[in-house]
Design a protein around this ligand. Sequence first.
Ligand code: DC
Length: 645
Amino acid sequence: MAAEFLDLPQLLFAAGTVRLPGSKSISNRVLLLAALAEGETEVRDLLASDDTERMLDALKVLGVGTTHLGGENWLIKGCGGQVPIKQAELFLGNAGTAFRPLTAALALAGGNYVLKGVARMHERPIGDLVDGLRQLGADISYLGNDGYPPLHLKPANLVLGDSVKVRGDVSSQFLTGLLMALPLIGQTATVDVVGELISKPYIEITLATMARFGVQVQREGWQRFTVPGGSRYVSPGTIYVEGDASSASYFLALGAIGGGPVRIEGVGSDSIQGDVKFAEALAKMGAQVEMGPNWMEARAPQSGLVAVNLDCNHIPDAAMTLATTALFAKGTTTLRNIASWRVKETDRIAAMATELRKLGAEVEEGDDFIRVTPSTLKPAAIDTYDDHRMAMCFSLAAFGTPLRINDQKCVAKTFPDYFERFAAVTKAALVIAIDGPSASGKGTVAAKVAAALGYAYLDSGALYRLTALAAKRAAVDWADEVAVATIAAELDVEFSGSDIRLNGELVGDVIRTEEISVGASKVAALPAVREALLFRQRAFNKAPGLIGDGRDMGSVVFPRAALKVFLTASAEARAERRYKQLIEKGFSANLADLLLDLKQRDERDSQRSVAPLRQEADAKLLDTTHLTIEQAVNQVLVWSREALQ
Ligand code: DC
C-alpha cells in the first residue's frame, strides 16, 4: 500500500464552532454495560470510530443484539449478565478501552474465550488486571508473553476473598475493567488499589457510568472500592454519550494559538470527563477560556501564551495537546507525572520527543516527564506511530510551519473526520498558482506579483533544474529514476531573494543553460523525482502567502490554490523572448533552434504521464503573446485581489 500522508500549509488563524464526536471512553463503557444490563438501551451520540467498532464487533460475536438506528444511535439488547455465546475468539485491534473491560467481564461471566489484538496491543501490559482477576479464581492464561495479550479465558469457580488487590499505577483501565465486571459475581466485592492510582478522572467516568446503569460503587478515597452484593446492571432506557473531552483539547488549543474564538459543543462544565480540566491547563498558559454546561471556548491572549510546569496525571491524554501547544508558548513547558504515556498506543513520551525535535524544538524526556522549549519551527514530515493523538496534536504545529503528517488516517481511532473539522475552523496561508509552458514569462510575472503582494515566491522549475544539475555533477544519468530521485530528495538548496544556491554555491545562471533546461525536462518526467520534490514545494506554503510557478502548481502541488492562472504565449513569441534574453546576456543563440527546442520541451512537458502541463478547469487563461510584462502582472493582481477577498 502506498504511504499515506497529509500536507498542511502554514495556518494564519483559527475561529469557529465544532460539534464534537462522542467520547471514546464513555462510548465503550456504555456499550459494555448496556450489553450486560437487563433490558434494551438506546445509545445516542455514540462515537463512530475504530475503537467503538471493535467493541460493537465483539459484542456481536458474543451474541449481544446490536442494532444501528441510523446516525450515531444504536439499540443494544442487554443480556442481563448472561453472555449468550460461551465460546468465541475476539479481535480487539488496538482498543484498550475494549480489551481491558472485556477481559474482566468475560473472565467473571464464565466461558471459553480468546482475546487478541494488533501487535501493539500485544505489547501493552495487562498483567495487573489478570492478577486481580486470578485472585477471584478466574482462569486466564497468556498465549504469548506473560503479562501481555493475547489471552485465553476459561470457565472457573469464582472465590471471593477479603478483597481483590489491583495495581493502580500502570493503567487506570485495570481498575475500570474490574469494577465494571464485579456486579456479575452477585456478591459484595471489594477492590483495594495498590500504589498511587493514576488517571483518576477515568475512574470517575467508570463510576458515573455504572451509576447510570443502576450500580452504586461505595468508595473510600481512591484506595478502596466496594460493589455491594445484589448489584446488577439495569438499562436506563436511553443514554446520551457526551462529546469527547480529549478531542475538544485540539480545538481549544487551536483557538488559544490561532486567535479564536474556537467554540466546541457537546462537552463543558457539566462533564463527567476528566479531560475537561485541559481547559484549566490551557488557561494557565494564558489562553482566555470560557465554558458553559456543555460548551467551551478558547481564544488567544493579547500577550501570547506562556510556558507552564504542570502535573498532568489527571489529564493524561489531553496533556499531549499541551506538548504541541508548548511550541507557541514563551519559555520551557514541563509536563510531569505522565509515565502512563509510555504504555499507550505507542510510547508517547518517546514519540512526542522525536517528532517535536524534527520541527526544531528542544526537548528533554524522562521516565515520566517531557520538557519542551520552542524555537522557530521548520517543515518536517511527522510520523504518527499508529497513534491518533500524535496526528491530532501535531496538526497544531501548522501554526508555525507547513508540515507533513504521515498516516493521518490513524485519527479514525477516535475522530475519523478530524482533519475536515480542523480545516473548517482554520485559515491557511494562500497560494496563487501560475502554470504554463517554458519561456511564457510566468517566472517574471510570478516574481513581480509576489513582490507586490508581499508573498513568498516558489520557482518550482528551478528545483527540477537543480536536480538535473546535481545529477549531472554526480555523474548520474538523467534517465536513472531511482538515483535521480535520491538526489532530488537530498538536494541541499537555498533560495534567498533571487539567489539560488546548491551546496552553498551560487548556481542561478548555471541552471538556465540549454543543456540543463533539457535535463530538467527529462528528470521532471520521472514520477519518483516529482514525488521526492512534492513536500519540498509544499513547504513554501507559509504565511502570509505564496506565488508558485511551474507546470503542476494548480493541478498537483497546490490543488486548493486560491487562484490558478494558466499563463501562456505562442511558441514563436516565447522563442523570440528567450532569444533576446540570451543575446542580452552575451550568449550566442539561433532563433530556429530555440523554437524547435521549445516545441520539443512543450511536447515532453505536456505529454508525460505524470503531472503533465495542462490548463486546469478552474484556472484562468492568460495569453501574453501580445501583452507586456506590466499588463500581465496587472491582470494577475486584479484576479488575485478578487480571489483574496
Ligand atoms: O519553468 P522551467 O522552464 O524553469 O522548468 C524547468 C523544467 O522543469 C521544465 O522542463 C518543466 C519542469 N517543471 C515541471 O515539470 N513542473 C513544474 N512545476 C515546474 C517545472
